[in-house]
Design a binder for this molecule. Structure first.
Ligand code: FES
Length: 164
């Protein structure tokens, strides 16, 4: 089985600022523009880099500290590149009641990283998510765009092993 990889390819730093400015300028008239801009940067470039903050602050006429405060407050925003594959383990109630916490512990032992972290070889980022809409088939795990249900530790091992 092939694992679909959804993480965007890294963009060279030289072009990054120009792209961030383009994204921010296109959305600056939106109400509460900072959040949609940050989401768009992450979607387009994979994460919100420290060097993006002054560019966004300049476009929105905010201080860098204000932008930094929002990026660090919300767990949604990655501040470093994700691994080539992101494995998200549901930690919402229905999945927890059927072993999602144990599955997360297993993932941690198997990969050596916790939620929001990436393996040393840049292969896999493990993260938590709160409900994938697959509650009847918990514990649920998402790999790229693909959803897996009733994931046991051994199935998770197979998923992690295939993530290259
Ligand atoms: S609670 Fe895990 S998919 Fe809904």
């Amino acid at each position: 089985m092939t694992i679909e990889v959804a993480n965007p390819a890294p963009v060279p730093a030289a072009g990054r600022s120009a792209r961030v400015r383009e994204i921010a300028t296109a959305r600056k008239a939106l109400r509460g523009a900072l959040m949609p801009i940050l989401h768009a940067v992450q979607e387009d470039l994979g994460y919100v880099d420290q060097t993006d903050l002054p560019v966004i602050a300049d476009v929105l006429n905010l201080s860098v500290a204000e932008v930094h405060g929002v990026v660090t407050f919300y767990r949604d925003f990655r501040r470093e590149p994700a691994g080539r594959t992101t494995v998200r383990i549901c930690q919402a109630e229905a999945c927890r009641s059927v072993g999602a916490e144990e599955l997360a512990e297993h993932a941690k032992r198997r990969t050596g990283v916790g939620f929001g972290e990436t393996t040393y070889d840049g292969r896999v980022t493990v993260d938590e998510v709160f409900c994938l809409g697959n509650c009847a088939l918990g514990p649920a795990v998402q790999v790229g765009d693909k959803l897996h249900g009733r994931v046991t530790p051994s199935r998770l091992d197979a998923i992690l092993g295939e993530a290259r």
